[in-house]
Design a protein around this ligand. Structure first.
Ligand SMILES: Cc1cc2nc3c(=O)[nH]c(=O)nc-3n(C[C@H](O)[C@H](O)[C@H](O)COP(=O)(O)O)c2cc1C
Length: 361
């Protein structure tokens, strides 16, 4: 088994280690333009200099209506692409792989940002800068507006938007792409019977519910070219009776691999409000392990992975090929450098500006 600090190569890209920055929304585009700000440069730049092997952007919308909130970043215009370019370049200059999570929020779009609007909840009304969300079915997420059901042309537009976002992402310098099909957002809404009540070729059977995701994977793969690794983030379970589960995830991951995906980032939850999830250290790792062994695909695990030893054990025991961290990296963007020290691994990618702080010298 590889160890946490072994490199991992996918297509034409090598990550220097297997500790990766998980996508995290920042809600920091104050002017609602979708253009990334200095905040994204500083935040993602610190994570890159902190030693992460791959640094993912936040969920970045492929269309204005695909934003979770009016303050999300996007990649549907050339102006957004041009603003991402120096950020991707800086991440790469630090030896990390710049990666973008491409997203469409579906029925969970047009919601109030997670900070700055503490007295508001649910859907932002159109009169206050919101928009009408779209979804597989006209079924609301609890507390949110009822979305418009996508028709055939609307579904084709989603595929086209992911394709155009891919071209701009590669142009901006991103070397890994991830399709967000988790956490109850649009592609997960199609996958899960709890949100998809369609009776056409996009609803009902597993093949039908997976059809849009597989179309998006094929379109992104074609637009990205052969060198760019393509990840899909799945929720490994809805944690609800009659919902999406780890075996459906494994089956669809294998189909997605045939359609051009390379790697599967396994999270969970998000399709319904009010579900009790038994949260604890590494609680989603069994889903990643199941997908890895059942579908024989490469996976990462995420969720309450907070210590170097825990991260190393997940990789070294073969439960996952890599780990993604979110909140621990907010507490300490240099976690990978610290983890190497704690595990007795010598790294040659300390930022030279910081060498005087390297413990073992
Ligand atoms: C501030 C914040 C923003 C997040 N935004 C996203 C996102 O944009 N896309 C996504 O797939 N997950 C998002 N997540 C979920 C994380 O990527 C991760 O899966 C989750 O926090 C569990 O990992 P952790 O226990 O290491 O924090 C976010 C989490 C946090 C804390």
């Amino acid at each position: 088994m590889p160890s946490l600090f072994d490199p991992l190569t996918l297509r034409g890209v090598t990550a220097r280690n297997r500790i990766w920055t998980s996508p995290m929304c920042m809600y920091s585009v104050i002017d609602e333009s979708g253009v990334p700000q200095t905040w994204q440069l500083v935040h993602l730049g610190a994570l890159a200099s902190g030693g992460s092997g791959i640094v993912f952007t936040e969920a970045t919308a492929v269309s204005p209506e695909g934003r979770i909130s009016p303050r999300d970043t996007g990649i549907w215009t050339d102006e957004q692409r041009d603003a991402w370019r120096p950020i991707a370049d800086f991440i790469a200059s630090q030896g990390a792989v710049p990666a973008i999570q491409l997203a469409h929020a579906g029925r969970k779009a047009s919601t109030w940002p997670a900070w700055g609007f503490e007295d508001r909840s649910g859907t932002v009304p159109e009169s206050e800068g919101g928009w009408r969300p779209v979804a597989p079915s006209a079924v609301a997420f609890e507390g949110y507006a009822v979305p418009d059901e996508l028709d055939a042309a609307g579904i084709d537009k989603v595929v086209d938007d992911f394709r155009a976002a891919t071209v701009r992402s590669v142009d901006a310098g991103f070397r890994v792409l991830e399709i967000h099909a988790a956490h109850g957002y649009l592609l997960h809404q199609f996958l899960s019977p709890l949100a998809n009540h369609r009776t056409d070729e996009y609803g009902g059977s597993l093949e039908n519910r997976a059809r849009l995701l597989l179309r998006v994977v094929a379109a992104v793969r074609e637009a990205a070219g052969g060198d760019v690794p393509l990840f899909v983030r799945f929720s490994g379970s809805d944690w609800a009776e009659g919902g999406w589960d780890e075996q459906q995830t494994a089956t669809v991951a294998a189909w997605a691999q045939e359609a051009g995906a390379d790697f599967f980032d396994i999270s969970s939850g998000g399709i319904q409000a009010g579900i009790r999830i038994p949260v604890g250290p590494g609680y989603q790792v069994p889903f990643a392990h199941h997908v890895r062994s059942s579908a024989e695909v490469d996976v990462s695990a995420v969720g309450l992975i907070t210590t170097p030893r825990q991260a190393a054990e997940i990789v070294e025991s073969g439960q996952a090929d890599a780990v993604m961290l979110a909140r621990e990296l907010l507490r300490d963007p240099h976690f990978p450098l610290r983890a190497a020290h704690e595990l007795g691994v010598q790294l040659d990618y300390w930022p030279p500006q910081y060498l005087r702080a390297r413990w073992r010298d």
